[in-house]
Write a protein that binds this ligand. Structure first.
Ligand SMILES: Cc1ncc(COP(=O)(O)O)c(C=O)c1O
Length: 417
């Protein structure tokens, strides 16, 4: 069925008719196809048992003749859904359980460090990147160079470029900063890629908040590794992430498990690298159930097209910025369209309590450090919903009553990433 934006009929809307879900950057609404997909998982398991590893009906592409089994789903789903999401060439992507795993695998490959021990990243990297590097730092004697953000919480591209020396083996940047909402333009990524490659290093992009919200061409960005997750803007749930590996990139991760072995059922004493480098990013037995819902959100986004998704998202964030100005709230995330992601970050007093108050009004946002209110109006939202959310924020800030929300309520807003 041809769909158009906003994609309201493709998702289960929150139960209350006046609810406004603005948390696409963390864990958004469930695509309507998910319950049937999960029922397929239960049926496949019930009816086929262990044989499902070899073959199951192709629930993802029922009209195709492609044969799938639990064993091959990580490559198959990546080929069908992640490759177009990233504008990547064939045979370059594979599903992963999370970004942490991808990073651990990558960092465990001595081939990376043969290129140089210096690592360049910015303060804006997510802990799955930052902490992983810190944990491997003394094992491989890494020289981590963390480039600070500017006073306005932006990536300083010149400082990143200056930090790349001939000893640099790895550069890691977030395509969209998870706390800043800043999207790095392709030209910036490309310049960093060029400098990294001139040093014979690897350029890794964490595209957690870009995949699904902006059209991506990995070749334009010239990343060697592009990784991300399928919850958040990719409209899925937990347990699913992905990695793209540039064609010809040869790595031998020490973390590779038996699912990534060249001869997994040989059960040999010694491990052997799988000939397909993507497969070397597999660990132990795959978590199968989560793959049934992995790409249902991506399917919707690809169906309407990432250009249309981006246009809709820019229209909604533009409206949010205008409304923030109307009510006199400072915007912390970028305003320029080429630097804007799906996220809008507002600086407000007692943001945690405002977030909790808005929840009582069925308006779902998120707060950080009691100072920032975060929202991402996305594919299911309308401009009218953005207006209603800002009406409520404006009223709340004016009368200030939200500030007396009991702290338990504010705490009950709970952690979201
Ligand atoms: C930029 C970025 N990278 C990675 C992650 C998640 O990492 P993991 O898949 O290891 O949980 C997040 C989650 O919010 C993120 O924002």
């Amino acid at each position: 069925m041809a769909r158009s934006l906003p994609l309201r009929d493709a998702f289960f809307m929150p139960p209350s008719p006046d609810a406004i879900e603005l948390r696409a950057f963390t864990h958004g609404l469930m695509p309507r196809t998910v319950p049937a997909m999960m029922a397929h998982f239960a049926d496949d398991w019930r009816q086929r048992g262990v044989d499902a590893w070899n073959e199951i009906p192709n629930h993802w592409r029922p009209a195709s003749e492609d044969r799938v089994g639990w064993w091959t789903l990580p490559e198959y789903l990546a080929e069908e859904f992640i490759t177009p999401l990233l504008g990547a060439p064939p045979d370059t992507c594979i599903l992963q359980p999370n970004v942490h795993w991808t990073m651990q695998c990558l960092l465990s490959a001595p081939d990376v460090w043969a290129r140089g021990r210096r690592v360049v990243l910015t303060e804006a990297e997510f802990p799955s990147v930052m902490h992983s590097l810190r944990r491997w730092q003394d094992v491989f004697d890494l020289d981590l160079h963390v480039v600070p953000l500017t006073e306005h919480q932006r990536v300083d591209a010149d400082r990143v470029l200056d930090a790349i020396t001939p000893e640099t083996g790895l550069v890691v940047l977030s395509h969209v900063g998870f706390t800043t909402g800043e999207k790095l333009p392709d030209a910036t990524l490309r310049a960093v890629a060029d400098a990294t490659h001139a040093a014979n290093g690897l350029f890794v992009v964490d595209g957690y908040h870009s995949a699904g919200s902006v059209p991506i061409r990995v070749s334009k960005v010239d990343a060697d590794v592009y990784m991300g997750g399928l919850l958040k803007e990719a409209c899925g749930s937990s347990g699913n992430a992905f990695v793209y590996l540039r064609p010809g990139l040869d790595l031998s991760p020490r973390m590779a498990g038996w699912f990534g072995d060249a001869d997994p059922f040989g059960f040999a004493q010694d491990p052997a690298d799988h000939p397909d480098v993507r497969r070397r990013f597999m660990g132990g037995t795959t978590a199968v159930a989560s793959m049934y819902h992995a790409v249902e959100g991506v399917r919707l986004l690809l169906d309407v097209g990432l250009d249309a998704v981006r246009t809709h998202s820019l229209r909604l964030t533009e409206r949010a910025l205008a409304r923030a100005d109307d009510i006199g709230v400072r915007v912390q995330s970028p305003r320029a369209p080429e630097r804007r992601s799906a996220m809008v970050i507002l600086e407000v007093p007692a943001a945690d309590r405002l977030c909790a108050y808005l929840k009582t009004q069925h308006i779902y946002t998120d707060s950080r450090k009691k100072q920032f209110l975060r929202m991402a109006p996305f594919v299911w939202n309308t401009a009218e919903e953005v207006d209603r959310a800002f009406d409520a924020i404006g009223d709340a800030l004016r009368d200030g009553n939200y500030r007396s929300m009991p702290p338990e309520t504010a705490t009950a807003a709970g952690p979201v990433t």
